[in-house]
Design a protein around this ligand. Structure first.
Ligand code: C5P
Length: 227
């Protein structure tokens, strides 16, 4: 395939406090990673690179093969690094030669729907070099200095960035080679290399599971409707 989806799942999950890597925590009988991969495999056929904690590559492979169905040939599992940026780098090194477009997705955004992947891919196929799904900011946001408000920030100027973020492969490869410090996400790293980032509509279901409250929310969303 000409598309690859890198799913970064190598974080420690300290803020979730589940005592193990976040991506391996169950939402229901299935892990965060397994749910994330359900959306990934409903997108167009792509090489799927799962970047797993070094200690849990076997579990990640089990989840990936279960999600892949009859497309097990598309699955690659590699070990991640100590930062998200190192984990994405590890994923980039595993890409097949014919890949031209790359989506980078947080496993922690486990409920991101297939339509969101399609929206980002459509924008890439339309010729945009770098695509960021984002949502308007709902809360009023303040810039602070210590315990005091310095100023209100006009939220009309702000969006909340999500994943999957999509890039032309050559641009993402070069931007990662040039990166000399940690960036907050792939779009920031690619912007630092001088590329414009296009925005497409995000999806509320692509929220990132970070805290125990986020995990509760995910559990409610996947719970079968009682009858
Ligand atoms: O910690 P946070 O939830 O912001 O991480 C975002 C995503 O990056 C998660 O899916 C996490 O597993 C991944 N990650 C990684 N390697 C790291 C740190 C985070 O793959 N060293």
């Amino acid at each position: 395939p000409h598309v690859a989806i890198i799913v970064v799942a190598a974080g420690s999950g300290t803020r979730l406090g589940a005592g193990g890597p976040k991506a391996m925590v169950g939402i229901d009988e299935s892990s965060i990673l397994r749910h994330a991969l359900a959306g990934v495999f409903r997108a167009e056929p792509a090489q799927v690179v799962v970047v797993a904690p070094a200690t849990h590559q076997g579990d990640a492979l089990t989840d990936a093969l279960a999600a892949a169905g009859d497309r097990r040939d598309l699955v690659t599992v590699v070990a991640g690094g100590s930062t998200r940026q190192e984990s994405v780098s590890a994923g980039l090194r595993a890409l097949w030669p014919d890949v031209e477009y790359v989506l980078v997705h947080d496993a922690a955004r486990a409920l991101a729907p297939a339509e969101l992947f399609a929206r980002v891919l459509d924008a890439l196929h339309d010729g945009l070099p770098a695509v960021l799904p984002a949502l308007p900011v709902i809360d009023t946001v303040k810039r602070v200095a210590g315990p005091r408000v310095r100023e209100a920030v006009d939220r009309a100027d702000l969006v909340a960035a999500q994943t999957p973020q999509g890039f032309r492969r050559d641009i993402l490869d070069t931007a990662y080679r040039l990166a000399d410090h940690e960036h907050t996400d792939d779009a920031a790293l690619v912007a630092a290399a001088g590329h414009p980032i296009a925005i497409v509509d995000g999806d509320p279901l692509a929220f990132k599971i970070t805290t125990p409250a986020d995990l509760d929310r995910a559990r409610h969303l996947v719970a079968p409707v009682p009858r």
